[in-house]
Design a protein around this ligand. Structure first.
Ligand code: NAP
Ligand code: GCO
Length: 265
């Protein structure tokens, strides 16, 4: 085995929703491993902010405005990327939203919106890139799953349903396209410090830590929240030749949460 297997030299990587947060960190890691970085976001101002953030890190990324739930827009974006940058070798379905609402108070429209972004969109984007991966004879798809691909908790019914479905979509893409040398795996981050989880870490009015913050630290053997940097190595591994016989796997990067009953209060 040589370390060249972990190189992404000459590869084009599309990371969806990667102006900041987990997607941005994964894109930076893939650039360091040699990949050309392509990302999208839903608004031009966010794409511009993302391009500036990548440039600050010395990364000449390619940014596209695209709502990943819009199949026509996704197909048009993939076509433009293939013409302007090159065929996509690596897809990271990262874009996602969450709505924390008790299920019986959530409207069907709110439920559908979460399913649309977190499950339908990964289907739409994967469907758009797989034909060219088949033609090219290889491809890597990484779906960003969640603890909620395995566990439920109050107020996140739509998100858990979507992320549970995304785990099975990952396994199905593996099953259907593995023979074309396409590997489709998931990364299941634990609780990571990003804008998405900021409400769960907010200081209380009396300056004390958020109860959920304390809960998660007690539930995590690593006794800390994850950082986006914790996901960089696993993402490069799953995007590289080093994982060519890993398929349909959800790699949980959670500090051990799923293995642990939790610290006695
Ligand atoms: P985040 O900070 O909220 O970033 C999500 C990104 O997705 C944003 O750039 C957002 O753009 C983009 N996005 C949302 N809807 C979109 C759409 N329809 N089309 C295109 N882009 C869209 O989230 P994060 O914490 O980095 O999480 C990234 C992924 O990891 C998500 O799939 C999330 O479910 C998953 N995850 C997060 C954690 C965690 O603890 N943070 C743990 C496990 C899994 P806008 O700003 O324009 O909305
Ligand atoms: C929540 C959090 C989680 C994380 C992540 C955990 O409200 O419970 O937002 O869902 O985002 O998905 O893996």
């Amino acid at each position: 085995m040589n370390l060249q297997q972990f190189s992404l030299e000459g590869k084009v990587a599309l990371i969806t929703g990667a102006s900041y947060g987990i997607g941005f960190a994964i894109a930076c890691a893939m650039h360091e491993a040699g990949a050309v970085i392509v990302f999208n976001d839903i608004k031009q101002e966010l794409v511009d902010k993302g391009l500036a953030a990548y440039a600050e890190k010395g990364i000449e990324a390619h940014g596209y405005v695209c709502d990943v739930t819009d199949e026509d827009a996704v197909n048009a974006m993939v076509q433009r990327i293939e013409q302007e940058v090159g065929v996509i070798d690596i897809l990271v379905n990262n874009a996602g939203i969450i709505k924390r609402i008790p299920m019986i108070e959530m409207t069907a429209a709110q439920f559908r919106q979460v399913i649309d972004v977190d499950l339908n969109a990964p289907f739409i984007v994967a469907k758009a890139v797989i034909p060219s991966m088949i033609k090219k004879g290889h491809g890597k798809i990484i779906n960003i799953c969640s603890m909620m691909s395995e566990l439920g908790r109050e107020t996140v019914s739509a998100y858990a349903a979507a992320k549970g479905g995304l785990k099975m979509l990952t396994r199905n893409i593996c099953s259907e396209y593995g023979e074309y040398n396409i590997q489709c795996n998931g990364i299941g981050p634990g609780y990571i410090g990003t804008p998405q989880t900021a409400p769960l870490r907010e200081r209380q009015p009396d300056g004390s830590r958020h109860p959920f913050d304390q809960f998660i630290v007690a539930k995590t053997p690593a006794a800390r929240w994850g950082e986006t940097a914790d996901l960089m190595g696993p993402a490069v591994f799953l995007a590289s030749d080093a994982s060519n016989f890993v398929n349909g796997h959800i790699l949980y990067v959670d500090g051990g949460i799923l293995a642990y009953i939790g610290k006695q209060p």
